[in-house]
Ligand binder design. Structure first.
Ligand code: T3D
Length: 261
């Protein structure tokens, strides 16, 4: 039984660790299947209200394992369209569609699809020493797993094109200063900060956080009027919810809110 995906349960949240440190947590089809199972299990558990994704060892994720899945065999070259569509892209879809707020702690190098998995999360914290590498060009591939989508939207087309075409690495501090991620912190406090943030989200208004994911997913392609309509609808739903009732009551009673799951 392989434990290349490890799940640590906590009170109200789960930590999912990519755990193949000898290859910097590079992923293969089997490992991605197990990651999808872990994501689905968290999603289905009503007691789980937030997720933290991180890597074991000195890397976060070095993208696709350059091993059997992508090695030409007797039947010809690998079908990368099928591999990406079935595994890598499903992870990105699941992270984006999840009701759960997902924090990513990028503890080391995030290359190829590994960088995309981080950028698919809701809030990305990185060690200042972490590296983000669009490694695809170095092996004759193109950005995938949402890299072109996320990079254009977070850092703009000029930087996105250069990172993809040159394959240069940028560190965590640069990624934060460019707006690619939320924050870069000292490596020795990364996990503690990420855990505290995940805990905070787990005790937050889950229904509002899920609605925010819907709102921010739609924002880049909606025009203002459509987005205002969406905000009004989601605010209407929030206003009818138990979280809002508790939030207002707690404010009036001058105590911290205890939001329902
Ligand atoms: O269909 C599809 O969608 C296909 C998939 C596409 C998505 C992709 O992710 S394509 C991109 C695949 N990833 C890469 O090309 C990255 C390859 N790795 C590197 O360029 C470098 O390892 C890093 C920049 C990530 C880190 O460099 P460094 O110097 O810190 O570490 P290292 O010494 O290169 O690697 C340490 C070990 O990890 C080493 O093993 P060893 O020699 O100690 O036994 C290395 O071979 C292994 N490793 C790193 N990346 C991979 C890997 N093993 C297998 N697959 C890897 N991707």
């Amino acid at each position: 039984m392989t434990d290349d995906i490890r799940v640590e349960p906590h009170d109200g949240w789960r930590k999912i660790l990519l755990n193949a440190p000898a290859r910097l947590n590079a992923v293969n089809a089997g490992m991605l299947t197990r990651l999808l199972v872990a994501l689905d299990a968290a999603e289905a558990d009503p007691a789980c209200r937030a997720l933290l994704l991180t890597g074991e060892g000195r890397g976060f994720c070095a993208g696709q394992e350059l091993g059997p899945d992508v090695t030409p065999g007797p039947n010809g070259p690998p079908d990368l369209e099928a591999l990406a569509g079935t595994y890598h892209h499903e992870v990105v879809r699941r992270l984006r569609a999840s009701r759960l707020p997902v924090v990513c702690a990028v503890n080391g190098v995030a290359a190829g699809a590994g960088a995309s998995f981080a950028l698919a999360c809701d809030i990305v914290l990185a060690a200042k020493t972490a590296r983000f590498v669009q490694a695809f060009v170095k092996i004759g591939l193109v950005p995938d797993s949402g890299a072109s989508f996320f990079l254009v939207r977070t850092i703009g087309e000029a930087r996105a094109r250069a990172l993809a075409m040159l394959g240069d690495a940028i560190d965590g501090e640069t990624a934060a200063s460019w707006g690619m991620i939320w924050k870069a912190v000292e490596p020795d406090v990364l996990q503690a900060e990420a855990e505290a943030m995940t805990k905070q989200l787990a005790s937050g208004p889950s229904s509002s956080l899920a609605a925010m994911k819907t709102m921010f997913a739609a924002a880049p392609t909606n025009d203002l009027h459509t987005q205002l309509d969406l905000e009004a609808r989601l605010q209407g739903e929030a206003g009818r919810g138990a979280a809002f009732a508790e939030g207002v009551r707690a404010f009036q009673e001058k105590r911290p809110p205890v939001f329902p799951a």
